[in-house]
Design a protein around this ligand. Structure first.
Ligand SMILES: [Zn+2]
Length: 158
């Protein structure tokens, strides 16, 4: 039995997500993240990654990226959450998704997309609904910057 199934997502209302099909223990490898392995040069040249779909692009090493925006990559359906229960793991040119805590049957599987903070973060709003949500898809280490910014705006408006 597969550990996940595809369902309409609660996070990405317009799209689908992956849901736990049974209780999953922390550390379990759930699904492989597959796609086309391309060189950094191809990434640079391709208009596809000019901002529209960077969320499916993974940095594998100095030379290669993985373009996960392909129909056979079911793992691309996993949505971002600010309190994610899964994470990406990899070795050489392979990537997979692993549970980082115990997950209950029926929970939506979520990852941290790991976008760096930059001026463009506003084009990726986050609707994960978690208490920790900062409103945008930004990797955990950078979220404090946004919190700080919001606090500043709040202070100015008071
Ligand atoms: Zn969020």
């Amino acid at each position: 039995m597969k550990l996940y199934r595809i369902k309409k997502s609660n996070i990405d209302r317009k799209g689908r997500g992956l849901y736990a099909n049974k209780n999953i223990k922390a550390g379990t490898r759930i699904i492989d993240y597959v796609g086309n392995i391309i060189t950094k040069k191809q990434t640079e040249k391709s208009e596809k990654f000019d901002n529209s779909k960077p969320i499916y692009l993974f940095n594998l090493n100095k030379k290669y990226d993985l373009d996960g925006d392909v129909s056979w990559n079911t793992a691309r359906l996993i949505n971002h959450s600010c309190s994610n229960n899964c994470d990406y793991e990899g070795k050489s040119l392979s990537l997979w998704v692993v549970a980082i805590r115990d997950i209950k049957k029926g929970e939506e599987l979520t990852c941290d997309y790991g976008f760096a903070y930059d001026s463009d973060y506003k084009q990726f709003p986050c609707n994960c609904g978690s208490k920790k949500c900062v409103g945008f898809i930004v990797r955990e280490g950078s979220r404090w910057r946004i919190n700080k910014k919001l606090k500043k705006i709040y202070a100015l408006n008071k």
